[in-house]
Design a protein around this ligand. Structure first.
Ligand code: SF4
Length: 105
């Protein structure tokens, strides 16, 4: 291979690396869920709240129950937010500390 070809390849690779480095990581990681809306905001299914403590007066609330210990909890994805296997929450993230009235222990 000639020196000219190697030089062109090196320039191309450097330029490509610079372009990739300039793309914010957030644009590469597509968010697959929106966040659930708490009842106090616009209302979401099953009286969901971001903080289980806000549901303490709910007649279905059991002491200590929260999303992260619910049978529907799908695990944390980032920053205290995670997925939920319940069909009514399939397209949103819920808070690990959240709660809703279909909580199952
Ligand atoms: S079903 Fe369970 S994990 Fe899903 S929002 Fe309700 S309490 Fe949270």
């Amino acid at each position: 291979m000639s020196d000219t070809t190697d030089s062109s390849r090196r320039k191309f690779l450097k330029a490509s690396a610079a372009v990739v480095a300039a793309i914010p990581l957030s644009t590469l990681v597509a968010r697959k869920h929106a966040f659930a809306k708490a009842e106090a905001e616009e209302g979401h299914a099953h009286d969901y709240v971001h903080d289980a403590a806000d549901a303490a007066d709910h007649n279905a609330f059991q002491e200590g129950s929260r999303c992260e210990n619910c049978a529907f909890w799908a695990g944390e994805e980032a920053d205290g937010w995670g997925g939920c296997h319940h069909p009514d929450f399939h397209d949103v993230l819920v808070r690990a500390e959240g709660w809703c009235d279909v909580w199952v222990g």
